[in-house]
Design a protein around this ligand. Structure first.
Ligand SMILES: [Zn+2]
Length: 212
């Protein structure tokens, strides 16, 4: 049974807050901002199922997470990777695995769907990925990096995307092993993104720029 929710509107003329309220909650009919009375203006239902928008894609993407420090970031990457159809995660170095409770919690169940392996040294993993016939690319700001939105001539081989530590970035020797380094062009004043946000944009960009 899908859970129902209401959109409620605060009746206080000076407030007018519009917010969602999950039905069955014992509190929340008072406005959370001004404590005024509110009225339901719309009813919706929460779907637990994936919407029927799954696309078949020939592009197989894997990811190498090297020395990601935060379990929260790893969990978020698991969830994103599952949603974007990433085939496998290679966890390396100090990257926490789904055995860590915070990873499992943030991933919201995605750790059970997604294939993953762990290795202490990303360079060994990188060489295995290359030997298996995959392309190994890194997501990093670097003199050699090309914008991820550039059209690539894709040859049908799987692509493994490496991301590195939140502070130090991708290990320099791992970068040297990568066939291509890509970056997300930034327009704002703050020229960096959280690693799991960057990962999601990058995987999406690969799916969009490589002809299916
Ligand atoms: Zn209000």
């Amino acid at each position: 049974m899908a859970k129902r929710f209401e959109i409620r509107l605060c009746e206080n003329q000076n407030c007018g807050l519009r917010y969602p309220l999950v039905k069955g909650h014992p509190f929340g009919e008072r406005c959370p901002v001004c404590l005024g009375t509110t009225k339901p203006v719309q009813i919706g239902s929460l779907s637990e199922e994936t919407p029927n928008s799954t696309v078949e894609t020939p592009l197989k993407i894997e990811a190498l997470l090297d020395n990601i420090r935060s379990a929260w970031n790893v969990g978020a990457i698991f969830r994103t990777a599952d949603g974007l159809g990433v085939a496998k995660l290679h966890l390396c170095g100090i990257t926490p695995t789904p055995d860590h409770p915070s990873v499992a919690k943030t991933a919201l169940g995605a750790t059970t769907n997604l294939d993953w392996v762990y290795s202490r040294n990303a360079l060994l993993t990188a060489r295995q990925i290359i030997e298996s016939g995959s392309h190994l690319w890194a997501l990093e700001q670097d003199d050699r990096a090309v914008p991820i939105y550039s059209a690539f001539k894709w040859d049908g081989k799987p692509i493994a995307l490496a991301v590195g530590n939140e502070v130090c970035g991708v290990d320099p020797e791992l970068l040297d092993l990568c066939e291509r380094i890509v970056f997300i062009p930034m327009l704002g004043k703050k020229r960096s993104l959280n690693v799991e946000v960057a990962f999601g944009i990058a995987v999406s960009a690969l799916r969009a720029t490589i002809p299916e």
